[in-house]
Write a protein that binds this ligand. Sequence first.
Ligand SMILES: Nc1ncnc2c1ncn2[C@@H]1O[C@H](COP(=O)(O)OP(=O)(O)OP(=O)(O)O)[C@@H](O)[C@H]1O
Ligand SMILES: [Mg+2]
Length: 292
Amino acid sequence: MASADDTSSKASDRRHLAVVTPAPKELRDEPSEQPASGGEQQPKFSARELNAWFGAQHVLENITLDIASDEVTAIIGPSGCGKSTFIRCLNRMHELEPDARVSGEVLFDGETIYAPTVDPTLLRRRIGMVFQRANPFPAMSIRDNVLAGRRLTGRLRRGEADEIVETALREAALWSEVDYRLGHSSAGLSGGQQQRLCIARALAMQPEVLLMDEPCAALDPVATARLEDLIHSLKGNYTIVIVTHNMQQAARVSSQTAFFLDGALVEYQETDRLFTSPEDPRTEDYLTGKFG
Ligand SMILES: Nc1ncnc2c1ncn2[C@@H]1O[C@H](COP(=O)(O)OP(=O)(O)OP(=O)(O)O)[C@@H](O)[C@H]1O
Ligand SMILES: [Mg+2]
């Protein structure tokens, strides 16, 4: 579930990892393999030969790709291919599972996230996560839900807390629907509203990145459209990585799309190109419904 630690930090407030050592020079200047690239600028993330295991099960194999800053990147692929595992490696949530292991490298703003000196809790504040099922805390008010993560980072003055709540709810396109009932329980919100509340909770941490794992899976088409509008409005200020089973959604919201299959990255392209002229026949087979 999305605890405070799952949330992150902001594009306009670029900080360095407080306790991170710089990536080894060779990892930045001389990659052992040319990464699949999401753009020309310095990527937000660079995965290099990333492998992940659950016990003996090897679930990600040598994933090398760059994720562009302040854009939306979609991850698609059949169930079980490793999409969730991949994004959970980007904020070191994978390692919270028993018997989970990774090898390889993930650079975040050019700095390795797996160095022993990196504090994963601080990292997760900068790289927020939103899950398939909205998971607000039902015993808490809407206001307290938004502040749940922030309160773990220190005491807030009343005025400061009010401002954080309003800003995050406005950014999450929920303010006008809840401003008159901030003290009410989050349990009284619709599914789409609860999902936007979880996004507000993540945004209140001022993240730089939002990892979204099938955020619309439990939503109806109207709520899905609203969430896609929200993703469009956040793009440019946040780096967004979205896992989706909905091909139309990937095509609508993302600028880059990565297709995973059996733990491997098959193809990574500009979204328009991947959907109109995929290079790998397996991508085409997946897009045309031949498997998955
Ligand atoms: N907590 C876990 N413990 C053990 N194995 C796991 C765990 N989570 C996932 N796996 C296994 O890792 C592999 C990749 O799973 P992952 O959840 O990353 O797939 P996915 O592409 O997100 O699938 P879906 O589209 O169904 O969400 C699968 O074989 C899955 O069974
Ligand atoms: Mg998944």
